[in-house]
Design a protein around this ligand. Structure first.
Ligand code: 4AD
Ligand code: MG
Length: 433
């Protein structure tokens, strides 16, 4: 018997009368007395199948007549040229088999966002979700390729953590047996990375991060995926090169590996193709001036939220860095030796209105100063005892960053909302299915 074939392989090398055998799902079906048109979908694409009453056993034709969309099926037949069929060829079916019959599929055309989210477990098989998830898969793979190519080691940090890395207000606390200490879900691997770095020097990870952020923007999830890196001896400027290197690598790889998906998603790739190194760099103070020139009235210390970043990047076609943020940005950032109002850190903003995709910088690596910084944030150094140990035993200058993978996927595929680039999104109001 002929082997099962991927639909894209069949359509990339077709010939009249060639015998083919595919398994997949009924994507669309239209029935008349003597004729049934079905479109079969599998992972690799769609193909039209045509069933003539006289071309296959009667009971198989009758079965096809009662088969609904999303049933899983096996079809065998011969290829025939047809200009109107997607891909230019159709299968003239000689054998039709139902593997799993579908009930009436709840998702029809023109459904609301909420309905599709409630039925995410079924919507995931849509061609749109599949295209996005294929790009997402490339991005995960290419993050690894990029860092492995530079001799970084992949290493994992715990998801259960005992302290805050990115501020107490967004921690998810979890019950942990009868522990009297508080236990939280990770916001970032960073503090643990700084410990792991002493043996391996150049490390990265890909993992989930959790933030109880009460933000309901198009770019916030409560559970998202981050690629993070930490390296001994490197300063903020070198870390920025590692950041723009990664982002350009990801964009180039997706253009090369997912042309069909980008086309299906109607992504304007001319913008992506123009992206070049180095990305422009601006200081926070310059950014305030730029935004104020656009009519805002921001003062020193103002947070750059989604609205501000959208304004900044809407017309841009290339990512930009923002550096030298106020020292309130975070306790672990190294204060600029040349200007103690600011820290040596960077955010990378994606263009086209997307905004921040990377946050990183140089870490304060001297014990006394780090203790002062912790107090500056109204926290107790005792809470960070093991972290402070890292400054006691052979501390070195070091830096790192975190890339929000979901935000990066959203930008690269041109998807408006972050929840549409992750299989099962978790937001403030949604934790099902
Ligand atoms: O800027 P953030 O908070 O930086 C850190 O967590 C550092 N400790 C990382 C490091 O240096 N190792 O988060 C990093 C990135 C952001 O730039 C953003 O892309 C993404 O993580 N991110 C979110 N993505 C989706 N939903 C959220 N709620 C996110 N919060 C941050
Ligand atoms: Mg940030």
């Amino acid at each position: 018997m002929t082997e099962f074939q991927a639909i894209n392989n069949i359509l990339s090398n077709p010939s009249e009368g060639k015998k083919v055998r595919v398994r997949g799902w009924i994507h669309r079906i239209r029935k008349t007395g003597k004729l049934i048109f079905a479109v079969i979908r599998n992972e690799s694409g769609i193909i039209q199948a045509i069933l003539f009453r006289d071309n296959l056993p009667t009971e198989e034709f009758e079965l096809a007549k009662s088969t609904l969309i999303e049933s899983s099926v096996v079809v065998e037949g011969r290829l025939a040229k047809d200009e109107r069929a997607p891909g230019g060829y159709e299968i003239r079916v000689e054998h039709f088999e139902v593997v799993g019959a579908a009930e009436k599929f709840p998702i029809t055309k023109d459904q609301s966002d909420e309905f599709l989210l409630d039925n995410r477990h079924l919507w995931l098989r849509s061609r749109r979700m599949s295209a996005i998830l294929k790009v997402r898969s490339t991005i995960f793979n290419e993050i690894r390729n990029y860092f492995q190519g530079l001799n970084y080691y992949e290493v994992q940090s715990p998801v259960f953590q005992s302290g805050a890395c990115e501020g107490g207000s967004t921690l998810f606390e979890v019950p942990y047996f009868d522990s009297r200490d508080k236990v939280y879900l990770t916001q970032s691997w960073q503090l643990y990375a700084e410990a792991m770095m002493f043996g391996l020097e150049r490390i990265y990870t890909i993992g989930p991060a959790f933030r109880a952020e009460k933000s309901r923007t198009r770019r916030h999830l409560t559970e998202f995926w981050m690629a993070e890196v930490e390296a001994a001896w490197l300063g903020n400027a070198e870390m920025m090169e590692l950041a723009e290197g990664l982002v350009t690598h990801l964009v180039k790889s997706v253009i090369e590996k997912n042309p069909q998906e980008l086309e299906f998603l109607e992504r304007d790739i001319s913008i992506l193709k123009e992206i070049e190194l180095p990305f422009p760099r601006y200081k926070y103070a310059e950014i305030l001036d730029m935004l104020n020139a656009k009519g805002l009235e921001l003062e020193w210390g103002a947070d750059l939220g989604y609205t501000e970043e959208k304004m900044l990047t809407q017309e841009l076609r290339t990512p930009i860095f923002i550096t030298h943020f106020p020292r309130a940005k975070g306790f672990y950032h190294r204060v600029d030796p040349e200007d103690d109002k600011v820290v040596l850190c960077h955010d990378l903003l994606a263009p086209e209105g997307y905004g921040e995709i990377i946050g990183g910088g140089e870490r304060e690596w001297r014990l006394e100063i780090l203790m002062k910084r912790i107090r500056e944030f109204d926290m107790e150094p005792e809470q960070y005892d093991w972290y402070l140990d890292l400054r006691r035993y052979g501390s070195v200058p070091h830096s790192g960053y975190g890339l929000g993978i979901d935000r990066t996927v959203a930008w690269i595929v041109g998807e408006e909302h972050i929840k549409n680039v992750i299989p099962f999104p978790r937001t403030m109001r949604r934790y099902t299915p």
